[in-house]
Design a protein around this ligand. Structure first.
Ligand code: AP5
Length: 208
């Protein structure tokens, strides 16, 4: 299965991706995680990306497209993949389409998680991650267990200021990708303003 999860910042893409990967056994490709790994490793890409990400801006299309298009060609994607956070602009969507059609494969579904803007800031500022397992928590909605609580970390771009920029970028650059995919008949929308397990059930229903 080849899927895309799309939605505003903190829509729950990473949270739902973990469930989908577990159920379908497909490879999870998060462009945000890949860029953060590049920053941590101090690569050229990481150095360039950091300047954009810290402020909540999108990383330029050419950098992200090269990274993702190369990654989907790797053998662990032969049996399917889940793209999380990519594509995030029309040029990225078009580049992905070209790469997939060159490879003779196609997407099965694009799942859009809808969450109202006024829910986003609270989700972002409360998010914490376990650096050892990558598990995502929220200090109010799904707090980390006691044995994990002392090591959870907050992402550098999870400030209220960067969040507002990320939301603006979502509406200006990523939202136009939705009508693009709607025209293919593959776009499915779910209500992300519900408990995480309810959102998971909606997605599983759609995909089955
Ligand atoms: P990226 O890492 O992709 O961040 P994002 O899209 O802003 O999404 P998030 O990771 O913030 O949220 P999420 O939807 O995964 O939500 P989560 O499950 O964690 O990108 C970061 C940056 O990298 C971008 O700003 C950009 O600079 C750059 N970048 C990445 N890809 C790019 C691209 N393609 N092009 C250009 N630049 C790119 O949940 C959030 C919180 O809410 C958690 O605390 C969670 O516990 C909680 N939560 C989840 N679901 C629910 C629920 N149903 N109810 C209540 N709480 C919930």
């Amino acid at each position: 299965m080849r899927l895309i999860l799309i939605g505003p910042p903190a829509a729950g893409k990473g949270t739902q991706a973990a469930k989908l990967v577990e159920k379908y056994g497909i490879t999870h490709l998060s462009s945000g995680d890949m860029l953060r790994a590049a920053i941590k490793a101090g690569t050229d890409l990481g150095v360039q990306a950091a300047a954009y990400m810290d402020k909540g801006n999108l990383v330029p299309d050419d950098l992200v497209v090269d990274m993702m298009v190369e990654r989907v060609k790797e053998s662990d994607c032969d049996d399917g993949f889940l793209l999380d956070g990519f594509p995030r602009s029309l040029p990225q969507a078009e580049a992905l389409d070209s790469a997939l059609s060159e490879a003779g494969v196609s997407l099965d579904a694009i799942v859009a998680i809808k969450v109202p803007d006024d829910m986003i800031v609270g989700r972002i500022t409360g998010r914490r991650m376990d650096p050892e397992t990558g598990d995502i928590y929220h200090m109010d909605f799904s707090p980390p267990p006691a044995e994990v609580a002392s090591r959870v970390v907050q992402r550098q771009d999870d400030t209220e200021e960067a969040c507002r920029v990320r939301l603006e970028k979502y509406h200006a650059e990523t939202a136009p990708v939705l009508p693009y995919y709607e025209s293919t008949g593959l776009l499915k929308e779910v209500d992300g303003n519900a408990a995480p397990n309810v959102v998971t059930e909606q997605i599983f229903d759609i995909l089955s």
